[in-house]
Design a protein around this ligand. Structure first.
Ligand code: ADP
Ligand code: MG
Length: 689
């Protein structure tokens, strides 16, 4: 049988049931999977020393023969002990293993083995090597006498077994098709992929390991970049309406606002209006902290669009948010003679009056509605526009590939709308470059003047009662409160606060006279919305919730955000939660509770007390915790990075520039069939998520 990279592992080797299950758990199905199952770390067992030179305290690798081995039970009979002597030409040393009695018959006489283990004193002053790993001595050992890989393990699968399993299969690295164009490899001084794959598993030395990591990190980032930039190219093949920038109109509107725009708002609006003038459709992300004033920037662009007779749409992730936008934007544009409609699952309005959905759909199709605000309902099949030229998507992490594709069909004349996505999630620049390679970015870096600082405090356990009392007083004065916990229900670990438990406690023991509600992701969308509605209508004083409250609702009277087990959240996430309260003239408070005494936790939470800048906090988060947690790449529907670091700005820039060069000369990758094939697989993966 001839093997390919897709050959199931079970066909290349007999694997027992338990291990088969474990392999499945590790998501290792084929040879290909195995080759790309990278070690998490390495141990340098390459230096072999003479037995006469070993010293207690550290670990050592020695080369010797077993003189004898015996089994006995420990004095209390609990443990099987195998002990004996290892000798080389310089001397001998005692060796001990526990609960592996079969080892007694494993070692052959007069045969050289490598041993690696801890050197300790046994009784008295004799030294012993404890539970060493072992291997028959040969030139290419895999468990000792070299730099050995340590893999992520699971029950029934050890690193030792993986080494034993992976080593013979490394011959298949030659079958992996190298998708990175040769020219780029040369320019970037990268080693061939087969060599990198070999060296990442069994490096000859640390220099080679470094080169292997460099190559594989480059590959990872390169694929993402090519994917993102190809998306961009594909999107830009569409045609959009050209919307001429009418400076007079915009100036007048800006002057009519009850506030002065911040500098970043001006710049962002200008960038967007520039994009709208082009026939090439815009795809831009407007990033700005909660309260930085993204809505008005979007409204300016919408006004420009509509004033030329085109339609615009504003899409929000929830009904409440859509309704809130409907209210504020109607107010903002009230002197502009614009027809604005609301379209969500449960509310359909024009001029604040309810109308039938079919009616509204008809009007949209005829172009009688200029601006339509709503949830995802507004890009349903049924809804057809006369000339939709501009779409705003609020608080959606990003506009998915599919949704974008659906927009392509939305106008009868085949034109696509310009796209503006908005987010309050601060995305560090390296991340934006990597995962948002297909988007242009506008960032609101400053807050409108006169914003009150939210008072943030870490509350010590002994001050909990005081905090409760303060909260109670605030509620009495008409304010509202969020209590956020990391989990819904208890799962083993007692120190992590749960929504269910806190809800019961607050309701039955602490705030007997307050109206308390519970909210979390397991509730139906409608239930969550109902609770938020009641909260907004002040029928509820306090909501105990998971971080689902994170996304954009403005509750005027909510002034306190209390976060339990705060160490469980990312900094950027805590910052966003904090941004939920104190959005009006009343002073806002954010109380952080933690039972963790660790120095690292303190450091992290302290950062929150000292910074109000979401970007700074996000960068810090990325540095301290890595991207996995809060920036789970899953959020972007992209596979995890195994080798590349998202804090490596230099590398990311290099990859980006190479990708751009490549796609400029060959946008369809006609000359690179292997890259095209790889990209196809990658795309499938993205769609599967
Ligand atoms: P976000 O960026 O979180 O969506 P919003 O657009 O909801 O923020 O704006 C928050 C509040 O700030 C709104 O009440 C808005 O009217 C107000 N606002 C926006 N820009 C300014 C500004 N330049 N000066 C003062 N207030 C502003
Ligand atoms: Mg907003």
């Amino acid at each position: 049988m001839s093997f390919t990279l897709d050959t199931p592992l079970a066909l290349i080797k007999k694997i027992d049931k338990a291990r088969q299950k474990a392999l499945k758990k590790l998501n290792l199905k084929t040879i290909q999977d195995l080759l790309f199952y990278f070690p998490t770390r390495y141990e340098d067992l390459s230096k072999i020393i003479k037995i006469s030179q070993i010293k207690p305290g550290g670990e050592a690798t020695i080369l010797g023969q077993i003189l004898f081995l015996e089994n006995r039970r420990s004095p209390r009979q609990h443990i099987q002990i195998t002990e004996g002597l290892i000798a080389d030409s310089s001397g001998n040393v005692k060796v001990v293993w526990f609960n592996q009695p079969y080892l007694k018959n494993y070692f052959k006489k007069k045969t050289n083995y490598l041993f690696h283990g801890k050197i300790e004193y046994s009784q008295g002053l004799t030294l012993q090597i404890t539970s060493p790993s072992y291997e028959i001595y040969k030139k290419n050992g895999i468990h000792t006498g070299r730099i050995i890989p340590i893999y992520p393990e699971t029950k029934n699968i050890t690193s030792r077994w993986l080494r034993y399993f992976i080593w013979p299969n490394l011959r298949f690295v030659y079958k992996v098709k190298d998708f990175l164009p040769a020219e780029i490899q040369k320019r970037q001084n990268l080693i061939p992929q087969y060599r990198a794959l070999w060296q990442i598993h069994f490096p000859d030395n640390f220099y080679n390991l470094k080169k292997a990591r460099e190559r594989l990190a480059f590959d990872e980032l390169f694929l993402i970049q090519v994917f993102a930039q190809s998306q961009k190219i594909a999107w830009q093949k569409n045609k959009a309406f050209k919307i001429k920038f009418d400076k007079e109109l915009i100036k007048k509107f800006v002057q009519s606002l009850p506030f002065t725009l911040t500098n970043s708002q001006r710049i962002a609006a200008w960038e967007i209006l520039q994009d709208l003038e082009k026939e090439r459709p815009m795809n831009r992300l407007l990033e700005g902290d909660v309260g930085s004033g993204k809505t008005v920037v979007a409204a300016i662009a919408a006004l420009q669009t509509i004033s030329l007779g085109y339609q615009a749409a504003f899409m929000a992730p929830t009904e409440i948010l859509a309704f809130q936008h409907y209210k504020t934007i109607t107010e903002m544009l009230k002197n502009q003679k614009i027809k604005i409609a609301l379209l969500t699952h449960s509310a359909i309005k024009i001029d604040h009056k309810n109308i039938k959905k079919t009616e509204l759909i008809k009007k949209i199709k005829k172009g009688k509605i200029d601006l339509i605000i709503g949830t995802h309902s507004l890009i349903e099949e049924k809804v057809k526009f006369k000339n939709l030229a501009f779409v705003i998507v609020d608080e959606q992490h990003r506009f998915g590939v599919e949704q974008r594709a659906s927009l392509v069909k939305i106008n009868r004349n085949k034109k696509v709308p310009h796209l503006l996505s908005m987010t309050a999630t601060p995305i560090p620049r390296t991340l934006a470059l990597t995962f948002y390679g297909d988007l242009d970015l506008s960032v609101l870096t400053e807050m409108p003047k006169g914003r009150k600082k939210i008072i943030t405090k870490i509350v010590e356990p002994q001050d909990r009662e005081k905090a409760y009392h303060f909260i109670w007083q605030e509620v009495r004065a008409g304010r509202q409160v969020f209590v956020v916990c990391p989990r819904i229900l208890g799962e083993g670990k007692l120190e992590i606060k749960t929504v269910e438990a806190e809800y019961k406690k607050l309701k039955n023991e602490i705030f007997l006279d307050l109206k308390i509600a519970i909210m979390h992701g397991k509730l139906k969308k409608e239930e969550k919305e109902k609770i938020m509605e009641n909260f907004m209508a002040k029928k509820i004083d306090l909501i105990v919730s998971t971080s689902v409250v994170e996304v954009g609702v403005d509750i005027p009277q909510a002034t306190i955000m209390m976060i339990e087990s705060a160490e469980r959240f990312g900094l950027a996430q805590l910052h966003q939660l904090r941004g939920r309260v104190g959005r009006r003239k009343e002073q806002g408070y954010c109380f952080l509770f933690t039972d963790s005494a660790s120095e690292k936790t303190r450091q992290r939470l302290d950062a929150l007390l000292h910074s109000e800048n979401g970007f700074t906090l996000a960068e810090k988060d990325l540095e301290l915790r890595g991207p996995g947690e809060f920036y789970g790449t899953k959020q972007w529907g992209l596979p995890d990075l195994k080798i590349a670091s998202l804090t490596d700005y230099a590398l990311i820039k290099k990859v980006k520039s190479e990708t751009e060069k490549l796609l400029q000369t060959d946008p369809e990758l006609k000359k690179f069939p292997q890259l095209r094939e790889k990209l196809g697989k990658f795309e499938k993966l993205v769609h599967l998520e």
